[in-house]
Design a binder for this molecule. Structure first.
Ligand SMILES: Cc1cc2nc3c(=O)[nH]c(=O)nc-3n(C[C@H](O)[C@H](O)[C@H](O)COP(=O)(O)O)c2cc1C
Length: 199
């Protein structure tokens, strides 16, 4: 039996952002759907849409009317929890979030989504509204259907990107021969300070 190579501390940050970037295109990856935690203690799953390794910035898409948006506008500190069972990897991240409805990133997010995904933003009621009966919260004309470009464009006003700059990552690799764990923290100058920690 061969012993797996030990991870190299200086290479971990680069590897993590490569893995996150790959997960944006891989719906089967556990890293595709992290849990976002807000400062009010609430948690929810979101789809990771885009990764900018140079800025340590992760992009998510959301309805501007959803409760998490107003919460983030009140308190910008967020947590992100990733678990990839196949890769035996847990990432516990802390970061600072912001919401953008206009500008290049929001446009890229909107233009890069297909009409099935964009259809959600036609929802008549804000997400988390109380309903009288079970509901998809989709207008009847788009339920079970892919709307055309003109129809879906009406949802643009409800669409926003949620951008998270990661400032800390707790990397945990499960291994039956002995787990490995490291902490990466970026200071205000953008320099990373990394160390091994006990799993
Ligand atoms: C697999 C999965 C993926 C989801 N992806 C997103 C997403 O990308 N964006 C989003 O706003 N909500 C997403 N949701 C719904 C959220 O988890 C949440 O229920 C919704 O956004 C309302 O959250 P809030 O009340 O905290 O604003 C997803 C849910 C699941 C189960």
């Amino acid at each position: 039996m061969t012993t797996p190579a030990e991870p190299v501390l200086d290479q971990l940050g680069g590897q993590i952002f490569e893995q996150l970037d790959a997960a944006t295109h891989d719906r089967s990856s556990g890293l595709h759907t992290p849990v976002l935690g807000t400062a009010d203690g609430d948690l929810r799953i979101m789809v990771l849409r885009h990764v900018d390794p140079d800025r340590r910035c992760l992009r998510f898409h959301t309805d501007i009317r959803s409760p998490k948006v107003s919460q983030i506008e009140r308190e910008r500190s967020v947590g992100l929890l990733f678990y990839d069972r196949k890769a035996k990897l847990q990432l516990r991240c802390r970061g600072v979030a912001r919401i953008e409805q206009e500008g290049a990133k929001a446009e890229e997010g909107w233009r890069g989504s297909d009409n099935f995904a964009r259809r959600c933003y036609l929802a008549p009621q804000p997400p988390s509204s109380i309903a009288d009966a079970p509901t998809s919260n989709l207008p009847p004309d788009v339920e079970g259907r892919r709307p055309d470009d003109a129809r879906v464009e009406e949802g643009r006003r409800n669409f926003a990107v949620l951008l998270v700059r990661l400032d800390e990552i707790d990397w945990f690799h499960l291994d039956q021969n002995g787990h490995r764990r490291a902490r990466l923290r970026w200071n205000e100058d953008g320099q990373v300070e990394s160390c091994w920690i006990a799993p």
